[in-house]
Ligand binder design. Structure first.
Ligand code: NAD
Length: 509
């Protein structure tokens, strides 16, 4: 994956932001130093209590206004996203505006329920008659560190539940794509978010590292390599982290799959956003009886895709590589596979005239000795492998350090679900892929090297909170409970007998 060493070098006057589809420099943003980060976090910390005191209703008002702002200003946001990522208008509308508009409303509505006090019943006789409650309090200042592939969905999107919970947020967007975050910070102020409750600190890896030292919790989305560094650094201050990392998502196509739908989905979910989606289809396993037909259809569909500079909706299907050094990783995977005997049925070519493009590519005759089947490619490639049966497909799908998402394709949905349950991934779709991301009621998080923690659903907001348990005793014997001092043999024996009576009866096997 992209490494820190590969990130753009800061110019003396800041980081130059390029449009990767045209090569044009479109802005320069400052690099926040460690001292700047300290000051920024202190400002956010000072602003947080008043934001928390507004309560769910007060905060929801701001979030709902922001939802409307996103819809009303969609064109402006899309222009910004397209200019800094080189993605298509269509990808920006569907997967960024579509997500943000949903997320603001979702968290405004569900935060009170997910974070409401929970009354708890206990089976322990020791706490009989006591009131037991679990409650959630915001942690304080959350540091959100984001990647370059989805500046609105993946960087800014994770700020929304953190804010809904009553935290202040300092957002460190990728140095490759900082402009959408800046635009959204302005939008939030326009929508009534109090000053300093959300601050964008632009900068590079060092800025991100400094943020880890200062905040109360880190929400990180990015490569597994950086995720490990963040966890190591956060350990010094025992700061909790939530890590959404890389993936190598398998697609399993069974012999009874709907060929037309499965081949269209393989083309779309591998090439959408030029393959730069953490949950894109990165490798495909197809049962032998339909392998040739499947490969034919996918190749025709991928070869027909239009690639280039997106100048409006529907103008091209596949955009640029957002981070130009990513071209080297994609090229290495394809070349290495080719050298080892794989065939490139379409694509396999880099275009750097003006922008940074990699042609949509179909690879066959691949196996697990090749990086294109084991390492995250994060580009517009789809390697397809023939398997004898579903058992082999599951075994190969699980033969990976990653476990982010996966999909199974079959007309027999029940069998598909059975197979899905055996795949080692945080999300598995049957006859679909990626769609789970838009259902915020469903948790989404990686297994193995794909991360820890999750976003969306109750866990996606509770992680931004301290959990507090309350035990309230209203009525109790004034002279004390049975277990109080001084210990008396009779009472201890009585307790022992009660424990035996409660938990010691009955056969076990
Ligand atoms: P990256 O790890 O290179 O950078 C991510 C962010 O971390 C950037 O803002 C960067 O400045 C910052 N950073 C770099 N070094 C740091 C350090 N030492 N301490 C703190 N912050 C540091 O990732 P990327 O190349 O921008 O993004 C692509 C990766 O993100 C892919 O692996 C992709 O799969 C992953 N991703 C995962 C998800 C998910 O939900 N699981 C979503 C989107 C992207």
């Amino acid at each position: 994956m992209a490494t820190v060493e590969q990130q753009p070098a800061p110019a003396a006057d800041g980081i130059r932001v390029e449009n990767p589809a045209t090569g044009e420099v479109i802005a320069t943003v400052p690099v926040a130093s460690a001292e700047d980060v300290r000051v920024i976090v202190a400002r956010a910390r000072a602003a947080q209590p008043a934001w928390e005191a507004l309560g769910f209703d007060g905060r929801a008002k701001v979030l709902r206004r922001a939802q409307k702002w996103v819809v009303d200003n969609a064109d402006r946001i899309v222009e910004t996203i397209v200019s800094e990522t080189g993605k298509t208008y269509d990808d920006a509308v569907i997967n960024e505006i579509g997500y943000a508009a949903t997320a603001f409303g979702f968290w405004a509505k569900h935060a009170p329920r997910y974070l409401a006090d929970e009354k708890v019943r206990s089976s322990s006789p020791f706490v009989l008659g006591r009131k037991l409650v679990v409650r959630y309090r915001p942690l304080g200042v959350i540091g959100v560190i984001g990647p370059w592939n989805y500046p609105l969905t993946n960087s800014f999107g994770d700020c929304i539940p953190a804010l809904a919970a009553g935290n202040a947020v300092v957002l460190k967007p990728s140095e490759v794509t900082p402009l959408t975050s800046q635009l959204m910070a302005g939008a939030m102020r326009e929508c009534g978010l109090p000053e300093d409750v959300l601050i964008v600190a632009t900068g590079d890896g060092a800025t991100g590292a400094a943020l880890v030292d200062e905040v109360d919790m880190v929400m990180f989305t990015g490569s597994t390599r950086t995720g490990k560094k963040i966890m190591e650094r956060a350990a010094q201050t025992l700061t909790p982290v939530s890590l959404e990392l890389g993936g190598k998502d398998p697609m399993i196509v069974l012999a009874d799959a709907d060929l037309e739908r499965a081949s269209s989905a393989a083309a779309y979910y591998s090439m959408q956003n030029a393959g730069q989606t953490c949950i894109s289809v990165e490798r495909v396993y197809v049962e032998e009886p339909i392998y040739d037909q499947f490969v034919d259809r996918v190749t025709r569909k991928v070869a027909a895709l239009r690639q280039g500079v997106s100048t409006g909706p529907g103008t091209v299907d596949v955009g640029a590589m957002t981070f130009p050094p990513q071209l080297d990783i994609v090229s290495r995977h394809v070349e290495q596979a080719r050298d080892a005997g794989a065939r490139v049925l379409t694509g396999g070519v880099v275009h750097t005239d003006g922008g940074s493009f990699y042609e949509p590519t179909v690879l066959v005759d691949v196996d697990h000795s090749m990086a294109c089947m084991t390492e995250e490619t994060f580009g517009p490639t789809v390697p397809i492998m023939k398997v004898a049966d579903a058992e082999e497909a599951v075994r190969l799908a699980n033969d990976s350090e990653y476990g982010l998402a996966a999909s199974v394709w079959t007309k027999d949905a029940a069998r598909g679900e059975e197979i899905a349950r055996r795949v080692e991934a945080g999300v598995v779709c049957v006859n679909d892929a990626q769609l789970n991301y838009l259902a915020l009621e469903l948790p989404m998080g990686g297994w193995k090297s794909s991360g820890m923690g999750s976003r969306h659903a109750a866990g996606g907001i509770r992680k931004y909170c301290r959990q507090q348990s309350l035990l309230v005793t209203r009525f109790a014997p004034p002279k004390g409970d049975l277990q109080f001092y001084p210990f008396r043999a009779g009472r201890t024996k009585l307790i022992g007998k009660a424990v035996k009576l409660l938990y010691g009866r009955g056969k076990r096997d």
